[in-house]
Design a protein around this ligand. Structure first.
Ligand SMILES: Nc1ncnc2c1ncn2[C@@H]1O[C@H](COP(=O)(O)OP(=O)(O)OP(=O)(O)O)[C@@H](O)[C@H]1O
Ligand SMILES: [Mg+2]
Length: 159
């Protein structure tokens, strides 16, 4: 099934706010490539959604859009992985294993950022008040085995 067609103008963000269905991992990757073009530099993107909802798959699409060639795998044990690419530094964090937001303080993450960066966080709710106030949030919902619903649920730096 081809990826859903998205308008090529400023209404694209409205489409993301309304929510978009994906019917396969490949479609989720194609959708991530679309959002990658809309996401400003030096922005944090929180990916909300249950286990297996497609968060890491979505990050693979972002990485591909920014010509990052290092493999994107689940960084659960390392908490975060830095991918330096020609267009963006992608910091992929999986906060699932944090027991408290304060545990992220020791990661010295903010010292490692090099502009233009994008910080993408799986399980951002685990960061509590450590999640930057200015961020975008995408919520992924499992509808059935292969269908996911992706919706931009928060965006306080959107145009
Ligand atoms: N439409 C879809 N979009 C994304 N993944 C899908 C879709 N349909 C099926 N899948 C499958 O769902 C799984 C998603 O796994 P993924 O690791 O991306 O989830 P996750 O949200 O990162 O999970 P976790 O919380 O464990 O890190 C993969 O096995 C993928 O093949
Ligand atoms: Mg994951």
């Amino acid at each position: 099934m081809p990826p859903p067609k998205l308008p090529q103008d400023s209404t694209q963000l409205d489409t993301w706010r309304e929510g978009i269905s994906s019917h396969s991992p490949e479609e989720t990757i194609a959708l991530a490539k679309n959002l990658a073009r809309l996401l400003p530099e030096n922005t944090t993107l929180g990916l909300y959604g249950d286990l297996g909802s497609g968060k890491t798959t979505f990050v693979r699409g972002l990485a591909s859009a920014w010509a990052i060639t290092t493999p994107v795998t689940s960084p659960t044990y390392a908490i975060f992985t830095i991918h330096d690419g020609p267009q963006r530094q992608l910091i992929h964090m999986d906060a699932y294993r944090l027991n408290a937001p304060s545990e992220s303080d020791s990661l010295v993450l903010w010292d490692l950022l090099r502009e233009p960066w994008v910080l993408v966080v799986e399980w951002p709710e685990k960061l509590g008040d450590r999640l930057p106030e200015k961020h975008w949030a995408l919520t992924l919902t499992c509808n059935n085995e292969d269908t996911r619903h992706l919706k931009l649920t928060h965006c306080n730096t959107c145009p």
